[in-house]
Design a protein. Structure first.
Length: 193
């Protein structure tokens, strides 16, 4: 005689039980195992209770009742440039920043010798590392294939000015375009009227 399978019913087995697709093995287990019989009974009761729950649906005219309470604002033109409003806390922050700058300047003026000492010490290390970085960057740039043509384009002061001005215009155009892109242009509503 082989013993009955020792494993109890799983959640899948319970689902199979409700759809009456339980295997013969599990049916035999159910006949001998009181725990699983209790589990099946409790599960059946739960399913029955769930089935008796009322189905919740919005009543007729729900959308209309909601929309009568919704005020849709008229679209307002968006200025190309806008500045934050001066609230009390922002003015306070600005004043604190200005006071900090004034204090820093006053301290620097009265402690000139100490500041000079720090600056000279910091300068020598900073100059060394910046020089090394600049040399490495220039060597890297000069090695690029496009370097010579780029150098000819920006060779004269006039051409350099034109390139800088064009870059500025391009940058501003990009900002204005981005602003138009992220600003809604018409009335925005996700609900059906
Ligand atoms: Zn069992």
């Amino acid at each position: 005689m082989t013993p009955w399978p020792a494993k109890h019913l799983t959640a899948d087995d319970l689902d199979a039980f409700h759809s009456e697709a339980l295997t013969k093995e599990m049916q035999l287990h159910l006949e001998t195992c009181e725990d699983c019989r209790y589990l099946v009974a409790a599960d059946r009761e739960l399913v029955e209770l769930l089935g008796r729950l009322p189905v919740l649906e919005p009543q007729a005219g729900f959308v209309d009742r909601v929309m009568t309470r919704v005020t849709i604002a008229e679209p307002v033109p968006v200025p190309v440039l806008s500045f934050p409003r001066l609230t009390r806390s922002r003015v306070g922050g600005l004043l604190a920043a200005a006071a900090g700058i004034c204090l820093s300047v006053a301290w620097s003026a009265t402690n000139r010798a100490a500041l000079d000492g720090w600056l000279i010490a910091a300068q020598s290390t900073a100059v060394d590392s910046v020089t090394a970085l600049a040399q490495a960057t220039m060597a890297n740039l000069a090695g690029q294939s496009w370097y010579e043509s780029a150098r000819q384009i920006v060779g004269s002061p006039l051409r350099t000015a034109v390139v800088v001005a064009a870059s500025g215009v391009l940058y501003l155009t990009g900002i204005v375009a981005l602003r138009r892109l992220i600003t809604p242009s018409g009335p925005v509503s996700n609900a059906r009227a």
